[in-house]
Design a protein around this ligand. Structure first.
Ligand code: NAD
Length: 252
């Protein structure tokens, strides 16, 4: 059996494509040969330019994933443009920081909506499309260290990402028989907008860096290889697993 990491001829929807890890995911999959449907709330022209420079097709879709409303249209446009859907990466996510004792209902709902509710219904819509096509498919959910650990001052984020790791296992169990692989990637501490507040706090920043065995913050390109693996046929018998890409943080 030939082992293949190629995504040539596959179509991948990647949410939160405009920046950070989403951009790294788009470029990794583009390099592996996939057609990219980049879903963004704001201008994603930088990702588009870089993906096209790698020889990929890039189709930009604007959507606010605070609600589930755009999901059906995104899948429809993908099929219209490329004919099939093979890979879904749920990357878009938000974080709100506040002591739990003062945490607001809005900061709870906003985070749970984007990070968990929309992700579930996107997985459901993609799986229906995969089942209709009859060739299986790949779903990758972007989890977090806080799928494994508690963290501090981010109660809705920890709940959403811990829930997401559980959901990833459940969906993997239900859909494995349809050749749909549902897995997760748990990035460690990565240098993106999401961690700007931590990196700007000298104490927290030194504390975090001092615990990372790789001795550096992660970069968007660090999750590209693991994501290509989980999107390719090389991972056909990997189901329901959340892979930490964390420079050794959890091993410590
Ligand atoms: P980021 O803030 O740079 O990117 C977040 C992305 O989500 C952006 O593209 C943003 O536009 C998109 N997004 C947010 N709300 C949206 C909405 N309502 N509709 C559409 N898109 C929306 O941060 P990032 O680090 O690149 O985050 C990407 C994912 O990785 C998130 O799920 C985050 O929780 C996760 N993550 C990040 C880290 C880290 O250290 N940076 C660690 C673990 C997990």
């Amino acid at each position: 059996m030939a082992i293949s990491f190629s995504l040539k001829g596959k179509t991948a929807i990647i949410t939160g494509a405009n920046t950070g890890l989403g951009q790294g995911l788009c470029l990794g999959m583009a390099e592996a040969g996939a057609n990219i449907v980049g879903v963004s709330r704001s201008d994603d022209s930088e990702t588009e330019r870089k993906a096209k420079a790698l020889g990929a097709e890039y189709f930009s879709v604007k959507a606010d994933l605070q609600s589930t409303e755009p999901i059906a249209g995104i899948i429809e446009k993908t099929i219209e443009k490329f004919g099939t859907l093979d890979i879904l990466v749920n990357n878009a996510g938000i974080i709100r920081r506040e002591d739990s004792i003062n945490f607001s209902e809005k900061d709870w709902d906003d985070v749970m909506n984007v990070n968990l509710k929309t992700v579930f219904f996107f997985c459901q819509a993609a799986a229906k499309q995969f089942m209709k096509q009859g060739n299986g498919g790949k779903i990758i959910n972007i989890a977090s260290m806080l799928s494994f650990q508690g963290g501090i001052r981010v109660p809705s984020y920890t709940s959403s990402k811990s829930g997401l790791m559980g959901l990833t296992k459940l969906l993997a169990c239900e859909w494995a028989k349809d050749n749909i692989n549902v897995n997760g990637i748990a990035p460690g501490y990565m240098d993106t907008n999401n961690t700007e507040a931590l990196r700007n706090d000298p104490d927290r920043s030194a504390e975090i860096l001092g615990r990372i065995p790789a001795d550096r913050w992660g970069l968007p390109e660090d999750i590209a290889g693991p994501a290509v693996f989980l999107a390719s046929s090389a991972s056909d018998y990997v189901n329901g697993y959340t892979l930490a890409v964390d420079g050794g943080w959890l091993a410590r």
